[in-house]
Structure formats: C-alpha cells, structure tokens
Design a protein around this ligand. Structure first.
Ligand code: HEM
Length: 134
C-alpha cells in the first residue's frame, strides 16, 4: 500500500491558471463594474479610481482560492465583514456583486464546474457581508 497522501487535486487557484488568471478575472470584474450601467449601484460605493480595489481583491482571491497569501502578508487577517461595514450592503448590492463576478467568470471562460463551485462560495461570502436590511 502506498503511503502517499490522497491528492486533493488542483486548487481553484491552479485551475484558474495561477496569478495571471486570477488577475485577469479581477480586472474583468472591475472593468465590468466600471462600464455596465446595471452595476452602477456598487460602482458608486468604490473610490473614483479602482486601481487599489483591483490590487486588494487580486491579493485576497489568490489566497482564498488556495494560492499564495498575498493579502494576509500585507494586511493581516482579512476581517472582510468589518472592512465592508463602511459601505451599505443589502440584497441589491450583494446581487449586483454576484452578477458582476458571474459575468466576469463567464467572459473569462472559467470552466462550468469550477464556476458553479465558486459561485456558491462567493455567494456565501457576499451574503455574509450584508449590513443593511434590504
Ligand atoms: C456583497 C457585495 C460587495 C460590495 C458592495 C463590496 C464593496 C466593496 C468596497 C466598496 C470596497 C472598498 C474598495 C477600496 O477600498 O478600494 C471593498 C473592498 C474589498 N472587498 Fe468587497 N464588496 C462586496 C463583496 C465582496 C466579496 C464577496 C469579496 C470576496 C470574495 C470582497 C472582497 C473585498 C476585499 C478583499 C476588499 C479590500 C478590503 C480592504 O483591504 O480594505 N468583497 N468591497
């Protein structure tokens, strides 16, 4: 019998082609947020330039998807819910964020099984960020 640990298979980070893939997904996400009128509700919560937001989401997602922990190395524990408290986030904002990310994944041609799994995980995190009633 082999003593090799059971391989868990490639991480989502690896399946997205590593840092270059995650960066491209994040860039598409924020391009869409900037361009599409139906994401204006969440766009206006962000700073006028999205450069910092792009970097932070990229650093965070690398670790969250099973890759290097760039965000934690720079800022410590993400405390995501606390960091979102300055922004009024309800169901509409959650759903816009999700729609924007789902469109970015589709345009980036993330394979369907991975996209379905990530959609579920993103939804859990986005829903947990809600801090107002509607
Ligand atoms: C639910 C809807 C959401 C809205 C409306 C929202 C909005 C925002 C805004 C306005 C910022 C500040 C941007 C900046 O400082 O440049 C931010 C930061 C951030 N968001 Fe979200 N967000 C949402 C969901 C999420 C989700 C689901 C994730 C992760 C999967 C996420 C990850 C982050 C990260 C890592 C930051 C940077 C935090 C920091 O270091 O200050 N957000 N978000």
């Amino acid at each position: 019998m082999s003593n090799e640990p059971v391989s868990a298979g490639p991480t989502p980070f690896e399946r997205l082609a590593g840092e270059a893939g995650v960066r491209a997904l994040v860039d598409r996400f924020y391009d869409l947020m900037d361009l599409e009128p139906h994401f204006a509700g969440i766009r206006r919560l962000h700073p006028s330039t999205l450069d910092g937001s792009r970097d932070k989401l990229f650093w965070f997602l690398c670790g969250w998807l099973g890759g290097p922990n760039h965000y934690v190395e720079r800022f410590g524990h993400p405390r995501l819910r606390a960091r979102h408290l300055p922004y009024a986030i309800g169901i509409a904002e959650r759903d816009q964020w999700m729609a924007c990310m789902m469109q970015a994944m589709e345009e980036h041609q993330v394979d369907q099984a991975l996209a379905a799994r990530l959609t579920e995980s993103f939804f859990g995190t986005a829903d947990w960020m809600r801090n107002k009633g509607c």
